[in-house]
Design a protein around this ligand. Structure first.
Ligand SMILES: Cc1ncc(COP(=O)(O)O)c(C=O)c1O
Length: 301
């Protein structure tokens, strides 16, 4: 693999079929089952102020997802790390959104057997992406609680980071139709699962709640849970019925795309506290631990 120079593809760099290319040249085949069947898994890490945050955890989750999907890439964890670092370095990025993607690939023409396809690996780094901008967060995000159901976990394992988003994208349109900012979807029993790109947390009477089933085990979710333990904030991971969420004192989302994101309103109704004291403590702690050596993997520009 060739060495890329710092800023060689200023603004963003991709790794496609073994080559580093500018984002404008990052393309996949029309016949890749990743495109035609959503037969793909991926992960998204981030860099903040020139260092990856919890990169090892993202890489572990990516390999676990691939294993569950009978997918494989020809790179070791160390080689994958080097590719991701190179994408950020070549993009000349300090704060970056860094994706790694493994698709089924293209089976021989006419073949229906996924085992015949050679899996493909793609990666890219682009400027950091926020689920909601800081301005929007300050103005007060309004979350729509959709009655659309997330694809059942028995059909698509939600702990495998996947592109099965039709439920969530439709719920986003429902949210926009109602003048809301974003949405979350429920499971068959009416418990809150997750939303497009985030896990959902709430606090009530000093206790933090988040779903323990039917969700992606977000790395930011894990960070929020670990920070609760560190800060002595009681946490309950278990079913969160929509009615419980509606009775929350505080609500926040967690995502690599923005960390801890405070919610101001549920379906147009202001929550009692925004941004609430627990959300604020976790928000501050979330950004503070980005400076801790254990979580940082600095990019060598
Ligand atoms: C469906 C879904 N849930 C949760 C998350 C949050 O995961 P993480 O904190 O690892 O970014 C994501 C991230 O994209 C997601 O797509």
């Amino acid at each position: 693999m060739r060495e890329v120079k710092t800023g060689e593809f200023e603004g963003g760099c991709a790794f496609v079929e073994g080559e580093f290319v500018p984002l404008s040249e990052a393309k996949i085949s029309l016949f890749d089952w990743g495109f035609t069947r959503s037969d793909v898994t991926y992960d998204v890490a981030s860099t903040w102020q020139g260092a990856f945050f919890r990169l090892g955890d993202h890489i572990d989750r990516f390999y676990a997802s691939m294993e569950k999907m009978h997918l494989a890439i020809p790179y070791s964890r160390g080689e994958l790390r080097d590719i991701l670092h190179a994408c950020v370095r070549a993009g000349g990025l300090q704060d970056a959104y860094v994706a790694m993607v493994c698709t089924r690939g293209v089976p021989p023409r006419g073949a229906r057997d996924p085992r015949l396809a050679q899996n493909r690996f793609y990666a890219y780094a682009l400027p950091y992406v926020w689920i909601a901008s800081r301005e929007k967060q300050l103005a007060g995000l309004d979350l729509h609680i959709s009655d659309r159901q997330r694809i059942p976990a028995a059909s698509v394992d939600p702990t495998v980071k996947n592109y099965h988003w039709m439920d969530m994208v439709q719920s986003m349109f429902d949210a926009y139709d109602r003048g809301r900012d974003t949405s979350c979807v429920v499971d068959g029993a009416g418990n809150i699962t997750e939303g497009p790109g985030f896990n959902v947390f709430m606090a009530k009477d000093g206790v933090v709640h988040t779903a323990d089933q039917g969700v992606l085990e977000g790395i930011s979710r894990r960070t929020a849970m670990e920070l609760c333990a560190r800060l002595g904030i009681p946490l309950k991971a278990g079913p969160v019925p929509a009615a419980l969420l509606r009775s929350a004192d505080e609500v926040f989302l967690t995502s690599t795309g923005g960390g801890i994101l405070p919610i101001a309103k549920l379906d147009g109704v202001y929550l009692p506290q925004f941004p609430g004291p627990i959300t604020t403590r976790l928000y501050d702690a979330y950004w503070a631990i980005h400076d801790e050596a254990a979580y940082r993997d600095p990019v060598k520009y």
